[in-house]
Design a protein around this ligand. Structure first.
Ligand SMILES: NC(=O)c1ccc[n+]([C@@H]2O[C@H](COP(=O)([O-])OP(=O)(O)OC[C@H]3O[C@@H](n4cnc5c(N)ncnc54)[C@H](OP(=O)(O)O)[C@@H]3O)[C@@H](O)[C@H]2O)c1
Length: 253
């Protein structure tokens, strides 16, 4: 019997590590991708010992052009048939658009949008042929509004939400499902990577294990959208019923 394998990007910490535990608990073999190879190998060892599964590690900078294709080729060459794709790797960048570094903004778009699209393009095709598969994409509560001090990040997450909604409809009745996860601020490495300091809205950050669990459950149920917690649900509702300028004001506060 073919082994069931889940591929998780950004699995060296934060939410990605949470997803790795949840997939492993359910008996999935894993492919873990991120830049930090040492961390990935340490996680591989821990998960293999704890869950008696097989873990493959692929160290990659997914913000580089076509790095996502290298990851796809790696899984093909190793005969790893991906049943779950979790597009989780991503980062934010705090500061006004004009003042923040162009190269970082570019890398953010490459990682948060282009690599996610490229992996979806490769694996959803394979899954559709097999008539089976699940894809979870990390959007954010940021998808529901615009933020002048994190413009590109918020826009990237709006892209992920819209893209996932569309793919969820496109894959209807194929046996493949696509889910967008829209967490509120969560206590991971995100805040430090985005700002290098504390961000006010992270004062009441959610617990990463609970957020990962909520997203994992909704993905396994094959539903299109997971808004874990009160804030994402309110923001989703607000975005639907109130004019943009009000939602954006609230987001800015
Ligand atoms: N935390 C939040 O408040 C929050 C809220 C909503 C949505 N999200 C989304 O959740 C996802 C996971 O973030 P997190 O909160 O778990 O943050 P995190 O702790 O900073 O984890 C980010 C992960 O992405 C990997 N990564 C970063 N740059 C990469 C690159 N160029 N190539 C490959 N991997 C890369 C990191 O590993 P390496 O450094 O080893 O590469 C790490 O494993 C992101 O898409 C984020 O936008 C987070």
């Amino acid at each position: 019997m073919e082994n069931r394998t889940a591929l998780i990007t950004g699995a060296s910490g934060g939410l990605g590590l949470g997803f790795a535990h949840l997939c492993a608990q359910d008996g999935y073999d894993l492919v873990l991708a991120a830049r930090n190879e040492n961390k990935l190998n340490q996680i591989k060892k821990e998960l293999e010992e704890k869950y008696h599964i097989s873990v493959s590690v692929f160290a990659v900078d997914l913000s580089k052009k076509d790095a996502a294709l290298d990851l796809y080729r790696f899984t093909k060459e190793h005969d790893l048939s991906i049943e779950i794709l979790i597009n989780n790797a991503g980062f934010g960048l705090a500061g006004s658009f004009m003042d923040t570094d162009w190269q970082r903004q570019y890398e953010m778009v490459q990682l948060n949008i282009v690599a996610l699209m490229q992996l979806s393009h490769c694996y959803l095709k394979d899954m559709t042929v097999k008539g089976k598969g699940k894809n979870l994409n990390l959007s954010s509560v940021a998808a529901y509004c615009a933020d002048p001090d994190m413009s590109v990040y918020y826009a990237s997450k709006a892209f992920v939400k819209s893209f996932s909604d569309a793919l969820s409809a496109e894959t209807e009745e194929t046996g493949v499902t696509v889910t967008a996860l829209c967490p509120s601020p969560t206590a991971t490495g995100f805040e430090k990577a985005a700002a290098g300091k504390q961000i006010t809205m992270f004062r009441h950050a959610a617990d990463p294990a609970s957020v990962a669990k909520a997203g994992y459950r909704v993905m396994m149920a094959g539903k299109p959208l997971c808004n874990p917690g009160v804030l994402p649900k309110l923001m989703n509702l607000g975005a639907r019923i109130s004019p943009d300028f009000i939602t954006n004001r609230i987001a800015k506060k």
